[in-house]
Design a protein around this ligand. Structure first.
Ligand SMILES: [Zn+2]
Length: 193
């Protein structure tokens, strides 16, 4: 499976591995091997090794704590004490190590425990710093992905322009076209929202 990395922060991409949360939730980390694949695609480790079922359970607990804390950040609300504690405790373990092999080439060492500790550390840096103010929820109708809005104007609306952005524009176009046809006017273009 190819995972999507569009949130501009690894902890938020991790939270999005449970997608369509409010309508038809799909857990992209259905099996331990999915977590291993995600960690490699995320560039966190080269060889995560075998992932146990209990490690997957721990990953999901961390993921949900990260998601809830990101939602709190997006709303300007307080984070749950239990979530902060879980992220903090998880970050306390040994981290993934990165070693230079050659120019333009590094080795990333760490199993699933190190991957989760590193993710929790990144989440802690995000939620404990000023970037927490940049957390946004995608404007896609049923999308529940959170992302960082690093646009200069603070105007990023979509997790991914190619999926949610174009889908929303296409829907708006169809609605406008239907409204214009019923009023006798011609639509002016597909994406002139
Ligand atoms: Zn989206």
């Amino acid at each position: 499976m190819d995972f999507l990395f569009v949130s501009d922060h690894l902890a938020l991409d991790f939270a999005a591995t449970l997608s369509w949360r409010t309508t038809c939730p799909i857990d992209l980390l259905a099996e331990p091997a999915d977590l291993a694949a995600w960690a490699v695609q995320a560039g966190l480790t080269d060889r995560p090794g075998r992932v146990s079922r209990s490690a997957l359970d721990r990953a999901r607990l961390l993921r949900e704590a990260v998601y809830r804390t990101a939602v709190a950040a997006e709303r300007g609300a307080d984070a749950a004490v239990t979530d902060v504690r879980l992220i903090r405790e998880c970050a306390g373990g040994p981290q993934v190590t990165v070693a230079l092999r050659a120019l333009g080439e590094v080795e990333r060492h760490g199993g699933v425990n190190e991957v989760l500790a590193t993710l929790a550390t990144r989440a802690g840096e995000l939620f404990g710093g000023d970037d927490r103010h940049l957390v946004r929820l995608c404007a896609g109708a049923e999308c529940t992905r959170l992302f960082l809005d690093r646009s200069r104007a603070g105007s990023r609306r979509w997790c991914d322009k190619l999926s949610c952005g174009s889908r929303a524009n296409a829907t708006a176009y169809r609605r406008r076209k239907a409204a214009m046809l019923s009023s006798g006017a011609a639509p002016t273009g597909p994406y002139d929202t």
